[in-house]
Write a new protein. Structure first.
Ligand SMILES: Cc1cc2nc3c(=O)[nH]c(=O)nc-3n(C[C@H](O)[C@H](O)[C@H](O)COP(=O)(O)OP(=O)(O)OC[C@H]3O[C@@H](n4cnc5c(N)ncnc54)[C@H](O)[C@@H]3O)c2cc1C
Lengths: 307, 763
C-alpha cells in the first residue's frame, strides 16, 4: 500500500495508545529522515504513521555534574552538535554529531531515531555506547531502562516491543582526566554513511599515565554497533604507551566482523578499525592529559574524507 | 587583446533571475489539464527471452488509462549512430536489468506505480556476459546473436560481441619499438561513471487535435530527439514538435532520445497529455551512464626523452547497446604530444548491462588518465622531471594532429608555464604530501549551426537559435551579438525556441555551442549590422565605409554626433526598400582548433588509512578569448569538480554476475559536494583561435580530463605508490602501500594477443 494515514501524537500516552491500537500496521516517526527514504524504497509500507515530533518534553537536553547528561529522544543531532556542555564533557558524541549527514538533515534527525533505526553505521551510536548510555523506554506496561549495549538486536532491530517508545538516553557524569573522540571514515565530507566509525573514551589515573578506564565502540563493522571489550581490557590498568595503543587497536580489529559492500571490502574495514582505534585513542589520551583541541580541530579529525 | 565592448567582461547569466527565483520551467513543471502520469516497468533479468507479458490486472486497476509494451511500437530498431541495435522498449528479448519492458499511464503517479507492480512478465533466461574482456573472447556468450543482420552493421572481425572498432595508424610502429632505447607498457582501468545531473530525465507529451505531437523535453538535442522519435514511432518528422525546456544538467546524457516515446505513444492511445519523470534510481539503471574502460598503452622512447612510438588499445564496454561511441577516446591515445609512429585501436564490446551514454567526452577523460599517468611513470623511470619530459614531446604549430589536420597556433606551452610558475615547480613537499600534473587536450566542437537576429524598432535585437542552453551559452551568444552590433547585452532578447520555430542546429555537446553556434551568431549579427550600415548610409547620404556602429547608434566616423540610433533605423527599415532588418547565418563545420589545459593537484596521503585528501587544484587553459570570463571560469571549475569526483570517489558498481547497478543512488554513488572541495585555482591564457568567434576556443570539456592523472601522479609523489585503477580510493592506496597491488602491466595480454591475431597483426 502506498497510501497511509498520518497521525500526530500530542503526548506520550497518546503515542503509546495509538501505536498499541494499530500494532504492526503502524510506524512511529520522529524526524522521518530514515522513514521517508525507507518508505520510498518500499521497505516500510505502514498503513498508519504516528508522528511524535510534537511532544516537546522529549526534546530536552539537560546536564549536571552529579547526574550526567539526559538526552530527550527528540533532541536533534544538530542540537547535540551545538551543545557546549556536550562539546566539553562528551567530545566523542559532539564529534559523532558533527560528522553526521549535513546541516539540513541534522536539523531534522533525532538521536532517538538514530538509536531506534539501529543501523550499524549510525554516527551517534559508537559514542553513546562508549559513554555507557542507558535507554529510557515507555510502553503500555509502563517505563523501563535498558543499557544501550543490550538495545541493538540486529541491523534495524531493537529491544523495543509493540507500543514501546524510546523516551531518552542517560549518560553517566563525566570522569576527570578523560578524553574522547569519534572518527568516521567516509570518502565524502558530508552526506555520507560511515564505512567505519570508531569512538574511544579514555580515563587516566591521577598519575596522568595509567589507564583507569577505556571504552571503545565500533560502528559499521558488524550487524550492530558494539563495544570492543577485548581491546578495552588490553588498556585497563596499564601505562599508556604507543605500543599499548597499537596492541589495543589490533585487538579491536580482531573483534570486528565486517562485510563487503559498496562502501568497502571487509578487509579494508578491518584495516580501518585498527587505524582509527589507534588514532582515536591517541587523541583521547592527549585530551585526557589536559590538551585542549578546538572543536574545529576535532571536527577535522572526525571526518576522514577525500576532499 | 582586442579592445572589446562586451566580451572579456563578466556578465551574470541572462536567465539568472528566473532560475534563482524558481520561475524557470523544466519539463517536470509542465502541467496540462487532464494530464496523466507515466511509469516504467523495468526488466529484472540480465538477458532473457520474454515468454509472456500479462497486463490485464494493471489495465483493470481503477485510474489506469493505458498500458503499453514493446509490441505496441512499430517493429523498428534505432540507434545512436549508424548501427541500429535497439528497440525503444524491449521486444522478445531483454538485454539488461533495468531495460523498459512496459509503461503505464494513470491518473496519478501512485496509481501508475501500483499498476506497474501488477504487470506479470514471464522470462526464460539466456546466458549473460557482464565483463567486457570476457565478452571479447571468442566463444563468449553472444549478447546480440543476430548482430550481423542489424541495419548499419559494418564490422567483420571475429568475435560476436565487438560492435565497433576505431583505428588510427601512422608510420611503422613495430619497427620503431625495436629501435627505441626504452619501451614502456602500462594498463589502466577507469570505473563506471554517472553523469550526475540534478534534474532527472523528464518529458511530457500531448497529441494535438490535428494529430501532431508536442513533446516538452529535457534535452540537449531537440532536433536529434525529433528525428529519433519520428523513426521509432514511424511517423513524419514534421508531425513532431519538440519544445526544449530549461535543462537541469545533461553533460551528454540528454543528447539523444531517452524515453519520450513512452508518454508520446501513451498520449496517442489515451488522447490525454502524459508526463514521465524518472526517479534517481532510474537515472542510474536505465539511462546510459559510462562503463569501465581498460586502456593499454605502450610507448617507445629514446634516451634523450623523445617519444618515437605509441600503441594504445582501448577496451570499451558499451553495455547492451551502442548508445554512444568510444570515438572520443581513440584520437587521444597520443595525448598532447607529437609522436611519429602510432597504432591506436578502440574496441566496443557488448555486455548485458545498461547501454552506454555520453558524458563530457568521458572517453578522453579515461584516456587522459592512462596517457598522463603513463607519461609520469616514464619520466620517473628515465629520471626526468615530469614537466620537462612533457614539454620535450608536446605537439606544436605546424605538426600534423592525429586526425590528419595541421596544428594551428595555440597556447599549450603557456599553460604548462603558468602551472609551473603558480606552483613553483619542481618542488619538494614534506613526506605524505605530493604534487602531480596532467596535460589535457581537446578540440573545439563543430557541427551544423544557425542563427537569426532581427532588430526591433526600439533598437534591441531578438536572437533566435535552435541550440539549448546547458552551460550559460545563451549569455555568451547574446554577448557575441551585442559585441558585433555595438549594443549592450541587456538589449539582446534570447528567444525561447522549439523545433517548429528555430532553424536546425546540432546538439549542445562536445564544447561546440560557443565556438560553432557562436560563430553563426557572430555572422548573423554581422549580417544584421551590415544591413543597418547600408540603410544608414542611404539615409545619411554617406558611404557605408564612413560609418561605425557602437553605443546603440550608427554614426559617421569623422563626425560622431551625426548618426541614427538602431531604433530609428529599425523603424525606418520597416518601410524601406529592403524591409525589416534580419541577419541570418548558417554553417556546418569549422577547421580544427585544439584546446589545451595544464592541471596540477596537491594531495596529502594518510598512510594509516590510505585516504587521499586533495589540498589544492590548479588549472590553466588556453581559452582563445574569454567571451564571458565568469562563465568560462564556471565551466573550468565545474569540469574540474567532475574530474575530481571521477578521480577520488565516484564509482558505479555493477554486479559481476548480473550486470545490475549496485549503487543507484546519490547516497552510495559519491559525488563531491561544494563544501568538500579545496579552493580551485583557475588560470587562463589567450591565444586566439583562427576561426572561432573573436578567436574563442571551446572550453567545457578539458577541465574534467586532468584530475584523475594529476591526483594519481601526486599520490606517487607523496608516498611512492602508483595506482592504475580509478577511483583513487583509500582502499586502493592502502593496498598499494601494503604492497598488495601488483604492478602487472600486461594483465590484458591474452585479450590483446587475440585482438591482434584477429586483425592479422601477429601470427
Ligand atoms: C540524506 C540523509 C543523510 C543521512 N546521513 C546520516 C549520517 O551521516 N549518519 C547517520 O547516522 N545517519 C544518517 N542518516 C539517517 C538518519 O538521518 C538518522 O538515522 C536519524 O537519526 C534518524 O532520526 P529520525 O528522527 O529522522 O528518525 P525517523 O526516520 O523518524 O525514524 C527512524 C526509525 O526509528 C524509529 N523511531 C524514531 N524515534 C523513535 C522513538 N523515540 N522511539 C521508538 N522508535 C523511534 C522509527 O519508528 C523508525 O523506525 C541520513 C539520512 C538521510 C536522509
Amino acid at each position: 500500500m502506498l497510501r497511509f494515514d498520518y497521525l500526530e501524537a500530542r503526548n506520550l500516552r497518546q503515542a503509546i495508545s495509538l501505536l498499541q491500537r494499530h500494532g504492526e500496521d503502524a510506524r512511529l516517526v520522529a524526524g522521518s529522515t530514515d522513514f521517508l527514504v525507507r518508505w520510498r524504497q518500499g521497505f516500510w509500507r505502514p498503513s498508519c504513521v504516528v508522528n511524535i515530533k510534537g511532544i516537546s518534553s522529549l526534546r530536552r537536553i539537560t546536564y549536571s555534574a552529579r547526574n550526567g547528561l539526559n538526552l530527550g529522544a527528540l533532541a536533534t543531532v544538530q542540537a547535540i552538535e551545538l551543545d557546549p556542555r556536550i562539546r566539553r564533557y562528551y567530545e566523542a558524541l559532539a564529534t559523532g554529531a558533527t560528522s553526521f549527514a549535513g546541516v539540513q538533515v541534522r536539523n531534522l534527525a533525532t538521536v532517538g531515531g538514530n538509536v531506534c533505526n539501529a543501523s550499524p553505521a549510525g554516527d551517534t551510536l559508537p559514542a553513546l555506547l562508549a559513554f555507557d548510555a542507558q535507554c529510557n523506554i515507555a510502553g503500555p506496561e509502563g517505563a523501563r531502562t535498558l543499557p544501550l549495549t543490550e538495545f541493538f538486536r540486529g541491523p534495524g532491530r531493537t529491544a523495543l516491543s509493540t507500543g514501546e517508545v524510546l523516551t531518552g538516553l542517560k549518560l553517566p557524569p563525566p570522569q576527570p582526566r578523560t578524553g574522547s573522540l569519534y572518527i568516521k571514515h567516509s570518502p565524502r565530507g558530508a552526506m555520507d554513511i560511515a564505512t567505519v566509525g570508531v569512538a574511544s573514551v579514555l580515563t587516566l589515573e591521577d598519575d596522568g599515565r595509567t589507564c583507569k578506564d577505556a571504552r571503545i565502540a565500533l560502528g559499521a563493522v558488524g550487524p550492530v554497533p558494539f563495544r570492543a571489550s577485548a581491546a578495552e581490557a588490553v588498556l585497563k590498568g596499564k601505562e599508556v604507551t604507543a605500543d599499548l595503543l597499537a596492541e589495543a587497536a589490533n585487538e579491536a580489529r580482531n573483534q570486528a566482523t565486517p562485510i563487503d559492500d559498496v562502501r568497502g571490502s571487509a578487509d579494508y574495514r578491518k584495516e580501518m578499525v585498527e587505524a582509527l582505534t589507534n588514532r582515536t585513542l591517541q587523541y583521547a589520551f592527549r585530551m585526557a592529559r589536559g590538551e585542549r583541541l578546538s572543536f574545529e580541530e576535532q571536527r577535522r579529525l572526525a571526518v576522514q574524507t577525500a576532499f | 587583446m582586442a579592445d572589446f565592448q562586451v566580451l572579456e567582461q563578466s556578465h551574470p547569466r541572462v536567465d539568472a533571475w528566473e532560475k534563482v527565483t524558481g520561475q524557470a520551467n523544466y519539463a517536470g513543471d509542465v502541467y496540462l489539464p487532464g494530464m496523466l502520469m507515466c511509469k516504467i516497468l523495468a526488466s529484472t533479468r540480465s538477458h532473457a527471452r520474454i515468454i509472456s507479458i500479462d497486463t490485464s490486472k494493471a489495465t483493470a486497476l481503477p485510474g489506469v488509462r493505458a498500458v503499453i509494451t514493446g509490441y505496441d511500437f512499430p517493429q523498428i530498431r534505432f540507434g545512436s549512430g549508424a548501427l541500429k541495435d535497439r528497440y525503444i522498449m524491449a521486444r522478445d528479448i531483454v538485454y539488461y536489468i533495468g531495460e523498459p519492458v512496459a509503461a503505464v499511464a494513470a491518473e496519478d503517479e501512485i496509481t501508475a506505480q501500483e499498476a506497474i507492480g501488477l504487470i506479470e512478465v514471464e522470462y526464460e533466461d539466456l546466458g549473460a556476459v557482464v565483463d567486457p574482456l570476457t565478452a571479447l573472447r571468442s566463444g563468449a556468450p553472444s549478447v546480440h546473436p543476430d548482430l550481423e543482420s542489424y541495419e548499419g552493421y559494418g564490422f567483420t572481425i571475429e568475435g560476436g560481441n565487438i560492435c565497433t572498432l576505431l583505428d588510427a595508424d601512422r608510420g611503422d610502429v613495430d619497427q620503431a619499438f625495436m629501435e627505441a632505447d626504452h619501451v614502456f607498457e602500462d594498463t589502466f582501468r577507469s570505473q563506471g561513471i554517472n553523469q550526475g545531473f540534478l534534474e532527472p530525465m523528464a518529458c511530457a507529451a500531448n497529441v494535438e487535435a490535428n494529430g501532431r505531437l508536442t513533446i516538452w523535453a529535457s534535452t540537449q538535442g531537440p532536433y536529434q530527439v525529433r528525428a529519433q522519435l519520428a523513426s521509432v514511432l514511424d511517423m513524419p518528422l514534421s508531425n513532431i514538435k519538440i519544445i526544449p525546456m530549461e535543462l537541469g544538467g545533461g553533460f551528454g546524457a540528454k543528447l539523444r532520445l531517452a524515453f519520450e516515446a513512452f508518454p508520446a505513444l501513451l498520449s496517442m492511445r489515451t488522447g490525454s497529455p502524459v508526463k514521465l519523470i524518472n526517479t534517481r534510481e532510474e537515472v542510474f539503471t536505465l539511462n546510459g551512464p559510462r562503463h569501465p574502460v581498460t586502456n593499454y598503452i605502450k610507448t617507445g622512447v629514446n634516451n634523450d626523452g623523445t617519444i618515437i612510438a605509441r600503441e594504445a588499445y582501448t577496451i570499451f564496454d558499451v553495455g547492451a547497446y551502442l548508445g554512444a561511441g568510444p570515438n572520443s577516446g581513440i584520437g587521444h591515445g597520443l595525448g598532447a604530444y607529437n609522436i611519429p609512429n602510432f597504432r591506436l585501436r578502440s574496441y566496443g564490446a557488448y555486455t548485458n548491462k545498461v547501454y552506454v551514454g555520453s558524458y563530457r567526452a568521458s572517453g578522453v577523460a579515461d584516456m587522459t588518465f592512462a596517457v598522463e599517468s603513463h607519461m609520469d611513470i616514464i619520466a620517473h623511470k628515465l629520471g626526468m622531471d615530469p614537466l620537462d619530459f612533457r614539454l620535450k614531446n608536446t605537439i606544436k604549430e605546424g605538426d600534423i594532429a592525429v586526425n590528419g589536420s595541421r596544428v594551428p597556433g595555440n597556447g599549450l606551452e603557456q599553460t604548462l608555464a603558468a602551472i609551473k610558475e603558480r606552483l613553483g615547480l619542481p618542488k619538494e613537499l614534506p613526506d605524505g604530501h605530493g604534487v602531480g600534473i596532467a596535460l589535457c587536450e581537446w578540440r573545439s566542437g563543430t557541427g551544423p549551426s544557425t542563427a537569426s537576429i532581427s532588430v526591433n524598432e526600439d533598437g534591441t535585437a531578438s536572437l533566435l537559435t535552435g541550440s539549448v542552453d546547458i552551460s550559460g551559452s545563451d549569455t555568451s551568444l547574446a554577448s557575441i551579438a551585442a559585441e558585433v552590433m555595438g549594443i549592450s547585452i541587456g538589449d539582446i532578447i534570447v528567444a525561447s525556441r522549439d523545433t517548429d520555430l528555430a532553424p536546425f542546429t546540432g546538439p549542445s555537446g562536445g564544447s561546440r555551442i560557443v565556438y560553432s553556434q557562436g560563430k553563426a551568431v557572430q555572422m548573423a549579427a554581422e549580417d544584421a549590422r551590415d544591413k543597418l550600415l547600408a540603410l544608414a548610409a542611404d539615409r545619411l547620404g554617406v558611404p557605408q565605409e564612413a560609418l561605425g556602429c557602437a553605443g546603440g547608434r550608427v554614426y559617421v566616423h569623422d563626425n560622431p554626433p551625426q548618426g541614427l540610433t538602431l531604433g530609428q533605423l529599425a523603424s525606418a527599415s520597416v518601410n524601406s526598400r529592403t524591409g525589416p532588418i534580419v541577419g541570418n547565418a548558417s554553417l556546418s563545420t569549422l577547421p580544427y582548433a585544439p584546446v589545451f589545459s595544464a592541471q596540477a593537484a596537491e594531495v596529502e596521503v594518510d598512510r594509516a588509512t590510505g585516504q587521499v585528501k586533495l589540498t589544492r587544484y590548479v588549472q590553466c587553459q588556453d581559452v582563445g578569448v574569454a567571451i564571458n570570463p565568469m562563465a568560462v571560469e564556471g565551466q573550468l571549475e565545474g569540469g574540474a569538480v567532475q574530474g575530481i569526483g571521477r578521480a577520488l570517489t565516484e564509482d558505479m558498481l555493477f554486479d559481476q554476475e548480473t550486470g545490475a547497478v549496485r549503487n543507484p543512488s546519490f547516497a552510495s554513488y559519491l559525488m563531491p559536494l561544494a563544501l568538500d572541495l579545496p579552493e580551485l585555482e583557475t588560470l587562463m591564457v589567450r591565444v586566439p583561435s583562427e576561426d572561432g568567434p573573436f578567436g574563442a576556443r571551446a572550453v567545457a570539456e578539458p577541465p574534467g580530463f586532468g584530475p584523475p592523472a594529476a591526483i594519481a601522479n601526486a599520490i606517487y609523489d607523496a608516498v611512492g605508490v602508483r595506482i592504475r585503477e580509478l577511483p583513487l580510493s583509500g582502499e586502493r592506496v592502502l593496498a598499494a602501500l601494503q604492497g598488495k597491488i601488483s604492478e602487472d602491466v600486461a594483465y590484458i595480454g591474452d585479450e590483446l594477443d587475440e585482438l591482434k591475431r584477429a586483425e592479422g597483426l601477429v601470427a
